[in-house]
Design a protein around this ligand. Structure first.
Ligand code: CU
Length: 190
């Protein structure tokens, strides 16, 4: 083909690529919401957007990791994510480490009278085969205590998680705003 022909299509083509990319991004975002509450893990895998904030380790998939920025002087923070077990055997979260906190525990919420309280799990968090375990506000969460530094919005906090079968994985929790109710990405879109 001749040169002028190529040139004529240069601009519309790049526009087309940009538009396709934008549509893809929007599509990924809208697909992300139902995925976090999906109960069928096979469906969830198909719907998981390739945002880069997902990790596969053995038979486990970790999606939508996030946390909130901490208020000034805070000594604790909590972290959230969704863990899917695509395997046929249960796995358990044995330990979690993070440079910004002296201890990291998995907490659960319980209602005592009319007050919601949190407490460390007595046994390691189990991810049953084929199940989706959500760590989210008012539910299971990673509890970072004795913080060595505050967390600012936009930070990516590196966390090492050790699973009984899947082994060790290092993930990043992007920090949303102090009052965020969902992952950092959702926060940005709002
Ligand atoms: Cu807690």
């Amino acid at each position: 083909m001749n040169r002028s022909h190529c040139k004529r299509f240069g601009v519309p083509l790049s526009f087309l690529v940009a538009a396709t990319f934008a549509i893809f991004c929007l599509g990924s975002f809208s697909a992300a919401k139902p995925a976090s509450s999906a109960q069928d893990p096979s469906k969830m895998v198909a719907a998981t957007p390739a945002t880069g904030e997902e990790y596969e380790i053995g038979k486990l998939r970790i999606t939508s990791p996030w946390m909130r920025a901490t208020p000034r002087g805070a000594t604790v923070a909590s972290g959230y994510m969704t863990i899917t077990n695509m395997g046929k055997e249960p796995d358990r979260l044995l330990s979690v480490e993070c440079d910004i906190a002296s201890t990291v525990e998995v907490h659960e919420m319980s209602v005592s009278g009319e007050v919601m309280k949190m407490r460390p799990l007595e046994k390691p968090l189990e991810i049953a085969p084929g199940s989706v375990v959500e760590l989210k506000p008012n539910g299971y969460h990673l509890m970072f205590s004795r913080l060595k530094q505050g967390v600012n919005q936009g930070d990516k906090v590196r966390v090492t998680m050790v699973f009984e079968k899947a082994g060790k994985v290092e993930i990043e929790l992007p920090a949303a705003g102090i009052a965020a109710k969902g992952p950092a990405d959702a926060d940005k879109m709002n």
